[in-house]
Design a protein around this ligand. Sequence first.
Ligand SMILES: Cc1cc2nc3c(=O)[nH]c(=O)nc-3n(C[C@H](O)[C@H](O)[C@H](O)COP(=O)(O)OP(=O)(O)OC[C@H]3O[C@@H](n4cnc5c(N)ncnc54)[C@H](O)[C@@H]3O)c2cc1C
Length: 509
Amino acid sequence: MKRVVIGGGGIAGLATAIKVKDLAPEGTEIVVLESGDRLGGNIRTERDDGFIVEWGPNGYLDNVPTTPALIDRIGLAGEVQPADARAAKRFLYRGGQLHELAASPLKFFGSSVLSWPGKLRILGEPFASAKPAGVDETVGAFAARRIGDEAAHVLVDAMVSGVFAGNVDKLSLASAFPKMAKMEAEHGSLFKAMMAAGKARKKARRDAEQLAAASGSVGGADAKGAAERAAAERNKGGGGPAGPGGTLTSFRNGLDTFILRLGEELGSSVQLRSPIQSIGWSETSDTWTVQVGTNGNRRELEADALVLTMPAVHTSPLLASLHGDLGRELSEIPTAPLAVVALAYDAEEIGGDPDGFGFLVPRGQGPRILGCLWDSSLFPGRAPRGKVLLRAMIGGAHDPCAVDLSDDGLLREVRRDLEVAMGLRAEPIRTWVFRHRLGIAQYDVGHAARLGRIHDALGAFPGLWLAGSSYYGVAMNACIENAGKQAEAIVQYLRQPSAARSVEVGERG
Ligand SMILES: Cc1cc2nc3c(=O)[nH]c(=O)nc-3n(C[C@H](O)[C@H](O)[C@H](O)COP(=O)(O)OP(=O)(O)OC[C@H]3O[C@@H](n4cnc5c(N)ncnc54)[C@H](O)[C@@H]3O)c2cc1C
């Protein structure tokens, strides 16, 4: 019997475990070792007096099919909650006020979010100079080259805060936003790439509608599916000035619904309070030994394949004793710590639920917060009737020490900024403070070269995989997509250990 041991019970570890379970030959044992006393890692939901409050992520975009497929697989499709239509309204704080980010190019040019020279410079995007050859360009340099300094340090800075809590002048475009790098490489211009994508979407919509009409005319079970596909194509956003494509989606009872169900599906494969302390490789038996547990409860497990999905800084000490350079490379992947501060209000005290998704704050505009999500507007049901729930993010790559402020200190900073940006003076009726000391991995310039070196070093250790948000994508979607690819490679390795492995450190989605 073969055994696959997975270290880390966050979304990456759980998605890998389910996929290995589905693909591996019968009798393969799967063990998920999680150091904490709960699954989910960054994904955690607090339910308090009728409030559903997320510690970290509040959802995934529904435009990457592997996530909905996993949700279907575990029977959770009925629990899914797409964001309310109000989520289409997104705001950005600049020059002392909130500006609505227009959803269409025409409205964008009528908006006041950028100066006229800033807006006109964007029109020059198709004529921007080409990327300097062989350079791992920062997101900021890329954006300034293509759409001008102002848009780079207002619009793109805010987007980077929203996804990475990162620094535009450090993050690598190719590693942090590979799709954008690909758009430029393939079309020579983001505008041209967006127009090509728009045409492809229209064609897909027409095809789906024709199929729906044809299925409808002959009746049968296919008709409903085809009509649903046509509706889905109509609803798909393509991304643009107001935000990324796809619909932000969560679960009616909070995001940890997903985690709890994944845990149930894995049953006794999951071992909580089981930190991996050290690992060893035996060349003679081609197996891994994994030392697990804390002082009173130490044990050893053998594994034919070992997948480490915890953040790279936690993986680093496990590998340092086997390969010093590998341990050092992993320890040098930076992260941006941040805190989430949630505040509940009486709706009538603040004029009801704010109308929209929330707002982001580019650096240098005054407020310390990175932005604020209007959770009970986004996902009705997150607050009891007559109450409003907001969540602000503070910290990140520009302000890593914010996470060390006391709860009162964080609340003071957040309340001051909400007053400045939203005019919110009312006293909150409840507050919650959640700290993410490791925060979000930062794919700074040099990340791709580092992954290349990690990949080469892993070549000496058959049966070992690294996965999770430290490597090829911080979003839940990326973690799930990579988990699927790695599970396939792991199962292939179990069947034929001598076969060359193609995926050792995740894979770009
Ligand atoms: C505040 C915040 C907001 C975010 N918002 C979004 C969002 O809206 N949408 C989105 O898609 N993404 C979002 N993200 C990113 C996303 O949440 C993460 O990238 C993703 O959850 C990471 O999953 P993971 O499994 O790679 O790692 P983690 O969630 O970090 O899980 C790793 C697990 O490994 C365990 N572990 C550590 N060391 C050991 C050990 N030695 N032995 C055993 N177990 C160990 C940990 O306890 C943990 O449970 C957000 C992140 C943060 C911090």
